[in-house]
Structures are given as C-alpha cells and as structure tokens.
Design a protein around this ligand. Structure first.
Ligand SMILES: Nc1nc2c(ncn2[C@@H]2O[C@H](COP(=O)(O)OP(=O)(O)OP(=O)(O)O)[C@@H](O)[C@H]2O)c(=O)[nH]1
Ligand SMILES: [Mg+2]
Length: 601
C-alpha cells in the first residue's frame, strides 16, 4: 500500500470527514487540502481568506463556519455597531468593543441650544418689482401665388401670430419671491411672422409666473400701446381734428410693411389703404381691471391672465380691392403691453410669533417643529421670517392633539411663522420691525413670546401690542388710499358724445360705482395668547404671576386690551409658562393653537 494511502486511512479512522465535503474532496489527490479544511472545520476557525480554500471550496464560507451558537451574537454585535447602540456582548469579538456613549436627555435637547453656526438658511425675498412685457405680434406677410403659367398670382401672405400672454398663479409649496426678484424683467414670446401660402405665424410662448400663496400684486405703471392709441384718437376727435390720412409717399413706417422687391419709384406712387383699427386679443376681456391690485391669498387651481399678448399684423390679402388686386403691403404686429408691478408676500401661517429680540422665538419654533432657525444670544439673530410646520397627526397612531374637524376635514398640522424681533417704534421702521410685521398680519392666531428673565413681562406685552396696533393703523391708511386710487379711472369724455369745452383735466372722472371693499380683519381682533418663556431661569415666578394676573383682568374686562383698541379679542386670553430650551411646557401650545384656530374657523 502506498505510503500516502496508508496515512489517509489512519487519519480517516481517527477523524470524521464532514459530510458537507464533496466527493471530489475526499479523493486521494486532494488529501492535503481536505485535511486542511477538516482541521479548520474541527477547530471552528473563521479565517478562510488566507488560503486557496475559498476558491477550491467555495461552499466553505465564513458564514458557514460561524457556529450557530456564535452567529447570533455576531449579528447582534454588528447591529450594535451600526446603530451606535450601547448594547454589546462582551465575549463575542476578539477585542472588546469600544463602549459607545449612551443617549442622554441632553442629546435629545441639543438641537434646542445649537451653536450660532448650526442653522439652515433658505434664500428669501418678500418684495420685488417686476417689469412684465406681453408678447408683441408677428408681422403680416406680403406674398403672391407663383405657379407655372400663373405669372402674377393673387396675394397669399399669412397673418402674423399673436404675442404670448403673461399669467400668474399662486401655488402652495412656493415660499419666497427671491427667484422673481432676481429676474426683474419677464418677457413673453413674440408672435412669428406670417408666411406665403396663407400660412399664419406661430403664437408667441406664454409665461406663467408662480408666486407663493399670500402674495399681493400691485400695479405701479403700465404702457398699453393700444389704449394709448385709442385715447389719442378720442382726444383728436374731441378737439375736432381729422385723423391723419395716409397719402402717397407719406405712410406710417411703424405700421406698414411693404413688398421688399418694390422699386422706390413705384413705392412713391402706391396709395395705401386706410390703416385698420388696432385689434385687441379676445383674451384681453378677462384681464384684471386697471390698476391691478390682486390679493392672491388662496391656492389657485388655474392661472390668471395678467397681460394678454398683442395681435399679429395682417397679411396682404386683407388689402385687396377692386382697384388694387395685388396689394404690396401688410401691417406690422402690434407692440405688446408693458406692466410694472410690485409683488409683496405676506406669509400665511396659522400661528405668528411676536416678541422682542432675544425673547426665544426661534428656540420655541425649533422645539415645536423641525425648523433649523438660527438661535443666538444676541438681538436680531433672525433676519428673515422662518416658517415651521407642527405635525399633530402623522397617521401613525393617536394624534398629538385630539382631532377636531375644520370644514369637514381633519387638521393634521399647523404652521408657525417666526419673524425678526420687534423693538420700540418698530412701526416707524426702527430695527427690522415694519418690514416683517406684515407677516404676522395674515397669521390666524398670534402668540406673544415674552422673556420672563428680561424685566417686567406685562410692560413687554403692552409694548408689543402698542407696536402691532400702530402698524395696524398705518396699514389701514394704506388700504384707504389704495381703495381711493382704484376708484379713480381714466375716462375720456368724448365717449359720452357730449364735447366739453372745459380744460383737459375734466377728462378724468371718478367712476360712480364703488369697487368691492378690500377686506382684512383688524389684527386686534385675532385670537392671541402669551408664551412666557425662559421659565427655567431663577426668579421668574413672580414675574409670571404678575403677567397671569394682568391677563385675568384683561379677560374679565377690568383692564382694557393691551393695544388700547375697543372690540379687541380678549375672550380666552391665557398664558403658558415654558422653557423652550428644555422643551418643557411646550406640549400645551398645540392644544391651545388648535382650539383658537377652530374657534376662528
Ligand atoms: N434659559 C433659557 N434660555 C432660552 C430659552 N429660550 C431661548 N433661550 C436662549 O435665548 C437666546 C435667544 O434665543 P432665540 O431663540 O435666538 O431668540 P429670538 O427671539 O429668536 O431672537 P431674535 O431672532 O434675535 O429676535 C438664545 O441664547 C437661547 O438659547 C429658554 O427657554 N430658557
Ligand atoms: Mg430668532
């Protein structure tokens, strides 16, 4: 018996070859590798990568060799490592795992006291001025039929295409006007020129301006060539002047287009027909009345037309007559209308946070929502409004706040607007106040955030209400002047048929019919409550007690409303002491907000 075979048999009698080795592996020629594999299997080794074994015995993998007893522990260890969990099994790995820090309450609250650099800032603009150019019309075409045996065919020039329209749409999801502010000028496409074979020009491309819900559009100026031409014509009629006639050699080059192949000598002899009346697009009828003042406070399902494109010019077939069978002229397209409008965004949030600088508004917003608003221990940390959403029902169990129905629907969240802090005389544009007060104007409910550690809480509340009331008065004046401006419209007296001999200023009359009133509820009639924050700091209890007593007297009517306004809302005034930085006491806020929102609805 060969030596090797004898060794094999001897070894075989002492060890048991595992049944999972293939038949080939048991063969004599592979004995060295088999014995090695067996050694590894019997010693429960895990290191398989160093040898050729994985290639020769691919079925012997690491997982295969991991004993059932240990595999569970290994899995646990790897999960622990991945999840950074502190759970670990000490006898599994060769080297003991590094103990991971346990999550403490401080970690959970870390985002409420972030470093001043830890914040996210989205580009934001709440005002912009836009110059809108509706598309001009394409020119009509001068063309004639040219076919075999038809030497001088009839005219077949197509009309020019009309210019593109400008539409506006308020959509949910848009939050800022910064993109529009960067553009400044927006032009719709010009209509294409007409072509031979009676082919009309293509329409100019339309423009859709999407703005956030809560945007106000105000017209600053407009240049409407057609309206101006009509007005000039009426004025000429009123003054008894005969309209300028096109004569031979004297034709309006800005209106007519002539056949390019025409010799100048012939051109001088051409008699131009009467210039057709300026045409308006049929869409112009649904344009908002001038001057435009739109309050886009709801999500719009369909866009709204702001400026209709101008009409295209007429092709030469329009000017055929008995005397003139082959007209060599077409009209040019009309110039598009231009509008300069101001857009102003007033954020529509359910809850507006009003407070002095450094009161803790942004910290409160962070505590209630996922907002990454900037927090810092200095005044005017917040320089632009932040909006956060508080989810009260994520459809994953019992809602955070008992659901109530609003318009037959269940409220699943509400939004909070955190605006820069107000200082005394903010209504006179001191600090950053006036520019941002308009964002709380639209909030359904106001929360006055008062820092209990920063002196008299009642005085702070009165100061805030005074500024809000002053702003309300200014806004009321603006609205009145806006309404007056809308009441005065341009109306040439020549339209009435009676020619007045008075001076020119008489042609502007006030329309007798009143425009619909611009409705905006007074800020003092909004439901409100007080969030007394920084209650974790020492010596703040007495301050809170005084605030609470003051609010009780306001509620009972013994003291006037802090704004000094009559008929102001005081019915359910209340205060909540909280520590935003420790997220203590904030649980009551959603409940109060939902209660006040439902009451308002
Ligand atoms: N102790 C304590 N500190 C707080 C609390 N809330 C906020 N702060 C601190 O107060 C400072 C101002 O907080 P902010 O949230 O930035 O205040 P703000 O009202 O947004 O300030 P402006 O944006 O400047 O108007 C920060 O240093 C916060 O850590 C609180 O409940 N307790
Ligand atoms: Mg802030």
């Amino acid at each position: 018996m060969p030596m090797q075979l004898r060794i094999w048999k001897l070894w075989r009698s002492r060890t048991r070859i595992p049944p999972y080795l293939p038949q080939a592996s048991r063969s004599f020629t592979n004995i060295a590798y088999v014995s090695k594999a067996c050694r590894m299997s019997s010693s429960r080794a895990y290191r398989v990568g160093e040898t050729l074994t994985p290639f020769l015995y691919p079925f012997i993998s690491e997982s295969f060799f991991v004993p059932a007893r240990c595999s569970h522990r290994f899995r646990l260890a790897s999960i622990n490592r991945r999840c950074n969990s502190s759970i670990h099994t000490s006898n599994v790995a060769q080297s003991p795992p590094v103990p991971l820090p346990e999550s403490t309450p401080n970690d959970r609250l870390a985002h409420l006291d972030p470093s001043p650099d830890n914040y996210s800032l989205t580009p934001f603009a709440d005002r912009c001025i836009l110059s809108l150019h509706a598309g001009s019309g394409g020119h009509g075409c001068v063309s004639f039929v040219r076919e075999k045996y038809i030497e001088e065919g009839p005219p077949n020039g197509g009309d020019g295409g009309s210019g593109g329209n400008i539409y506006i749409q308020a959509v949910q999801g848009e939050t800022s006007l910064h993109k529009l502010a960067r553009r400044g000028m927006i032009k719709a496409g010009r209509g294409k020129n007409g072509q031979g074979k009676l082919k009309g020009g293509e329409r100019g491309s339309d423009i859709l301006i999407t703005v956030p819900v809560g945007t106000i559009v105000r017209e600053i100026s407009r240049h409407d060539p057609i309206a101006e031409a009509e007005q000039a014509q009426w004025q000429a009629e009123w003054a008894g002047e005969s309209p300028e006639e096109e004569t031979r050699g004297n034709w309006r080059r800005d209106k007519w287009l002539v056949f390019p192949g025409l010799l100048p000598s012939k051109l001088a002899r051409i008699e131009f027909p009467k210039l057709p009346k300026a045409r308006r697009s049929h869409l112009a009828a649904i344009q908002p009345q001038a001057p435009i003042w739109l309050d886009l406070d709801k999500h719009m399902e369909a866009p709204m037309l702001l400026a209709a494109g101008a009409m295209g010019g007429l092709g030469n077939p329009h000017f055929t007559s008995q005397d003139y069978g082959r007209p060599k002229m077409a009209t040019k397209g009309d110039e598009g209308m231009r509008l300069v409008v101001q857009l102003e965004l007033k954020i529509l949030a359910d809850l507006g946070l009003v407070g002095l600088p450094n009161a803790g508004k942004s910290t409160l917003l962070r505590a209630l929502s996922n907002s990454q608003a900037r927090v810092g221990d200095w005044a005017f940390t917040t320089l632009q409004p932040n909006v956060g959403t508080v989810v009260i029902d994520d459809h994953k169990g019992r809602p955070a706040v008992a659901q109530r129905s609003r318009n037959g629907q269940h409220r699943v969240n509400f939004t909070i607007a955190d605006v820069p802090g107000l200082i005394e005389d903010a209504h006179l544009d001191k600090g950053l106040g006036l520019g941002f007060l308009r964002h709380i104007e639209r909030a359904a409910v106001l929360a006055f955030v008062i820092d209990l550690s920063a002196g008299d809480a009642v005085a702070a509340l009165k100061l805030l209400w005074k500024e809000v009331a002053e702003y309300e008065a200014i806004r009321g004046q603006e609205l009145n002047s806006e309404t007056e401006r809308r009441m005065v419209t341009w109306k040439p007296s020549g339209l009435n048929g009676s020619k007045k001999s008075s001076n020119q200023s008489d042609i502007f009359e006030a329309t007798p019919e009143p425009l619909p009133a611009i409705t905006m509820s007074p800020i003092s009639q909004k439901p409100w409550f007080v969030v007394a924050t920084k209650a974790d700091l020492p010596d703040t209890q007495s301050n809170y007690q005084a605030l609470r007593e003051y609010l009780e007297t306001v509620k009972s009517g013994k003291q006037p409303h802090p704004s000094g306004r009559k008929n102001a809302w005081t019915r359910k005034v209340q205060s909540v002491p909280i520590s935003a930085i420790r997220a203590e006491g904030i649980g009551a806020i959603p409940e109060i907000v939902i209660g006040l929102l439902d009451e308002k609805a």
